[in-house]
Design a protein around this ligand. Structure first.
Ligand SMILES: *Cc1c(COP(=O)(O)O)cnc(C)c1O
Length: 378
């Protein structure tokens, strides 16, 4: 059997070990240290955000963002239905209610018209959403201009889930820097990794300082242990920040490689009209974290997303359906949903993520392309 080809495995550069070793040599294993300081500084410099806080995961960053916005029981949070569950789980951690919004085909992300309809309807029913979580899936930007304008018009703060979109941009600005709070993930499958980790970004110093306080058990200034509110243990370790520091040095190269994977697949399947790819409308620039395919079953001669996925599995290649919408998940199906056009459901039914790691060899890429080409009889 051939070696397994994974969807998006970690890919280390060259200097991660040097920074990790420095943490060991100086005994700054925890709780703070030079790696954390430099990693946070690199994130600010790269994204253009004023302030950054390194955290133990992207999920923790989303949770803290909601805590900072004072989200609690009775509050409603606008979320895209088409996303990874970690976008939404923190809404329930806070005892609040998610209100799901469909995607548009132009970006695959939150549809501005459906979002406006949702806001108006919630307002008619008595309350405006307390926050809006905008997600940039697979590295593709949402309609940032329309969604931030809409949120500003109704006075709703935006949390930007850029977990998969480090290095992507909208116009001249990097994703993660548009929301009142932005979040990143450095999970093992993301474009760069700290093995596990995340970050919170903001232009408001006060918010990031408050997040730092909350992420380290909310200790009041006192010689004894004094606490006036609930805190969390969400800090990233200085050891793992060393991995992140090294990964930041290769981020541009990783974006180039992810985009090269995409270009390879697009060329390889150019003669198969039943296949189309994830969008990248102007003025967005995608890091192409994962290359995503849509199968048009009206002209695929019986090939479906699922027959393709099984053909990959038979060749020991990992490929995954696009995200299953939240309003179709058992844990979330009872919450409000605005999506008359059912775009997310369609994307889920027809969409497949291809192996997109930056350490794929030319032979690996040929193996992946061969599965699709054979499925279409080429
Ligand atoms: C990966 C991811 C997260 C969660 O990040 P973790 O670091 O794994 O907690 C949240 N939202 C989206 C869109 C993601 O892709």
């Amino acid at each position: 059997m051939n070696d397994r080809i994974w969807l998006s495995p970690p890919h280390l550069g060259g200097s991660e070990m040097k920074y990790v070793q420095e943490a060991f040599d100086t005994n700054w294993i925890a709780p703070v240290g030079e790696n954390l300081r430099c990693f946070e500084q690199a994130l600010c410099q790269y994204t253009g955000a004023g302030y950054a806080l390194a955290l133990s995961s992207g999920t923790a960053a989303i949770h803290l963002a909601l805590v900072l916005l004072d989200v609690g029981p009775g509050d409603e949070i606008l979320c895209p239905t088409f996303t990874f569950v970690a976008t939404v789980n923190p809404v329930l951690y806070q005892g609040a209610t998610p209100v799901f919004v469909d995607s548009d085909y132009a970006t695959w992300n939150m549809c501005p018209e459906a979002a406006e309809e949702a806001i108006r309807d919630r307002q008619r029913r008595g309350r405006l959403p307390k926050a809006m979580v905008v997600v940039h899936l697979y590295g593709q930007a949402a309609r940032v201009d329309r969604l931030t304008e809409l949120a500003a018009r109704y006075g709703i703060p935006v949390v930007e889930d850029a977990a998969a979109a480090l290095g992507s941009s909208y116009g001249s600005r990097k994703l993660g820097s548009f929301g009142r709070l932005g979040i990143l993930s450095f999970n093992g499958n993301k474009i760069i990794t700290t093995s596990g980790g995340g970050a919170l970004l903001s232009n408001e110093r006060e918010l990031i300082e408050q997040a730092r306080f909350l992420s380290t058990q909310a200790r009041d200034p006192a010689p004894h242990f004094q606490h006036s509110r609930v805190g969390y243990n969400y800090a990233l370790s200085n050891v793992l920040a060393g991995i992140g520091r090294g990964q930041m040095e290769v981020l541009e190269e990783r974006i180039r490689q992810r985009r090269a994977n995409f270009a390879f697949y697009r060329a390889a399947f150019a003669a198969i009209p039943a296949l189309s790819f994830g969008p990248e409308p102007a003025p967005s620039f995608s890091n192409r974290w994962l290359t995503c395919l849509l199968v048009d079953e009206a002209r695929s001669g019986g090939v479906t997303r699922e027959t393709l996925r099984l053909a990959f599995e038979a060749q020991n290649i990992e490929a995954r359906p696009l995200w299953k919408p939240m309003h179709q998940q058992p844990v979330y199906e009872r919450y409000p949903y605005y999506g008359p056009d059912r775009v997310a459901e369609d994307l889920f039914t027809r969409g497949l993520c291809l192996p997109s790691g930056t350490n794929l060899s030319p032979a690996d890429l040929d193996r992946v392309a061969g599965v699709v080409q054979r499925a279409f009889g080429r």
